[in-house]
Design a binder for this molecule. Structure first.
Ligand code: GLN
Length: 306
């Protein structure tokens, strides 16, 4: 049976619209609070290269924590399994910027998708890359097949001047000996990686290699091995939505990752990659309409990883 993805996306757009006033735009990074909360877009690309979309799918937004999957991919490319000596692979059950757990677990972050874990990954990239920020950007541009992708320097600066919790996390990590580089340098890299702007279209394509056995579609470039892809998809499923990861697995049933810019990207292994964007977030920091849309997508297609 062939699935009519376009019809399904159109139905989803109609069915989620009554909920478009629910949730709140992230405001702890002032520059992010300026976004129009009514934006809504979806882009889905299959491993055959077919594309389907609706709404504001071609408008750039701040990918924020979604970048953590891309930085982790690059760190794994360099260092393989060794990275797990410094970060664990367990769901945290805590908010993404929580400090408490890091203290009582002696500076080893629960997973690479909470902020503490992503700061350790940033530290690894700084140690391994000649021009850390530029080289990371090139990696993302290649995955997205889009040379124009860039940081939003205003957003990075805005987060830097309000990133007190991240500064606290980085200092705590340093005090436990889990950062090799200077706290300032790690924070600067992290704020820039989070400020990257992409459209749903670019995001869906840049995550397609997670559905395509580690290869970039049409480029035949192997980014990660099949076994590494399996592990990363497992991590997205169990840790991609912070303390709402169980809920996302329960409702949607796909590996995915959210960001406080309102983006969510999810993959159906071997079938498709899909990105949604809607800036209003629930109290856990995940996009309200994005979660609803993806729940409808796996329900209407009758396909999830389960
Ligand atoms: N830059 C944000 C932060 O560090 C990212 C958080 C997110 O998207 N969940 O707080």
């Amino acid at each position: 049976m062939t699935i009519n993805y376009q019809q399904i996306l159109d139905e989803i757009r109609r069915e989620v619209s009554p909920f478009s006033d629910e949730g709140k735009v992230a405001d702890f990074i002032p520059e992010l609070a300026l976004v129009n909360p009514a934006k809504f877009g979806i882009h889905l690309i299959t491993t055959e290269g077919d594309r389907f979309s609706t709404g504001d799918e071609d408008e750039k937004f701040s990918i924020q924590s979604i970048s953590k999957v891309l930085s982790l991919s690059l760190a794994i490319k360099f260092s393989g399994e060794k990275i797990w000596e410094r970060i664990d692979v367990e769901p945290s059950g805590n908010a993404f910027n929580s400090l408490i757990q890091l203290e009582y677990e002696h500076g080893k972050p629960r997973n690479p998708f909470i902020n503490a874990g992503a700061l350790v990954v940033a530290d690894m990239l700084i140690s391994n890359l000649a021009e850390p920020k530029e080289d990371f950007l090139e990696f993302v541009r290649n995955l997205a097949d889009c040379p124009e992708i860039d940081f939003n320097y205003k957003v990075a600066q805005s987060e830097k001047s309000h990133g007190f919790r991240n500064a606290a996390l980085a200092n705590l990590l340093k005090s436990f000996g889990n950062l090799e580089n200077d706290v300032e340098q790690v924070l600067d890299f992290y704020f820039h990686q989070c400020s990257i702007e992409m459209t749903c279209r670019e995001l869906a394509y840049s995550f397609l290699f997670f559905a395509n056995e580690g290869k970039i579609l049409h480029k035949d470039e192997q980014i990660l091995t099949q076994s590494q892809i399996k592990r990363l998809n497992a991590l997205m499923l169990t840790c991609g939505f912070y303390d709402e990861s169980g809920e996302f697995a329960y409702e949607v049933g796909l590996p995915g990752k959210s960001g406080i810019g309102g983006g969510i990207v999810a993959v159906h292994p071997k079938t498709y990659s899909v990105a949604t964007w809607s800036p209003r977030l629930n109290e856990k920091g995940n996009s309200v309409l994005g979660m609803r849309s993806l729940e409808l997508l796996t329900t209407k297609t009758g396909m999830s990883v389960f």
